[in-house]
Write a protein that binds this ligand. Sequence first.
Ligand SMILES: NC(=O)c1ccc[n+]([C@@H]2O[C@H](COP(=O)([O-])OP(=O)(O)OC[C@H]3O[C@@H](n4cnc5c(N)ncnc54)[C@H](O)[C@@H]3O)[C@@H](O)[C@H]2O)c1
Length: 261
Amino acid sequence: MESSVIGEVALITGAGQGIGRAIALRLAQDGMDVVIVDRQGDQAESVAAEVQSRSCRALALTVDVTVAAQRQQMLDTTLGTFGRLDVVVNNAAIQCAALPRDVTEEHWDALMNVNAKAVFFCCQLALQHMAEQRSGRIVNMASIAGKLASTIYHPIYNVSKAAVIAMTKTLALAYASDGIRINAVCPGVVDTPMQAVVDREFARVTGRPAAEIRAERVGRIPMGRIEQPEEVAAMVSFLVGPDAGYITGEAFNVSGGMLAG
Ligand SMILES: NC(=O)c1ccc[n+]([C@@H]2O[C@H](COP(=O)([O-])OP(=O)(O)OC[C@H]3O[C@@H](n4cnc5c(N)ncnc54)[C@H](O)[C@@H]3O)[C@@H](O)[C@H]2O)c1
């Protein structure tokens, strides 16, 4: 049986804004020391200050997760500062809209590098450490877009999120006997800065107003409202906590019913 997370250390990538920020604040509230990783260093610093203002310990690291040397430094600095690493949340991702016929190799490489390749190699790095300590939890941020073609304008984003689900299952199987649990979370339409970019991108490729596109997308959510980042963070909190002690290799939807029909 797993014990309480109080005093453990969690590293969250892409935590400078949006869902990652909400996860950092939630895990800090749960009693963990948090490492706020983002390529936007000022944003990471600002979230770390927010965590510290609540009397919790936080470390901000400016890291591009696609760069191997920076990933290694991220792990080394975390262990050097806190002396342990118990939880990794691979949350950083980007999106870019294009119809399948318009996708270029540059588009494929840019998305797959951040959304899939970096997630795998962040897992690999953390797992070396977690296997030695024979404990740890990883949560990979996927999307319902990894399970269905959420839009025809995001073919490579969809592929990247399916890859996250596939690697989560394979790694979970490989490390289950080492005391390490690995799961994925699949949000629906969440109110974050990325959504504003999605709306703008949709407007660019369809020639329609962004506000109209947003209203139409929210109208397709069975629960009738956009998801809040804290609602994703609550699932992450559960998955890294002791109540999820027998759960590994799963990909949980948190989407207001978007996959129900
Ligand atoms: N917003 C949604 O509706 C939604 C839905 C389903 C899944 N998701 C997933 O949730 C996660 C967070 O999404 P969000 O909406 O909060 O996004 P966001 O764009 O608002 O925030 C993502 C953060 O990741 C950082 N980042 C991007 N590339 C990076 C890199 N190479 N190295 C380090 N940091 C990097 C960005 O600087 C940013 O701070 C993503 O994996 C996204 O695919 C989001």
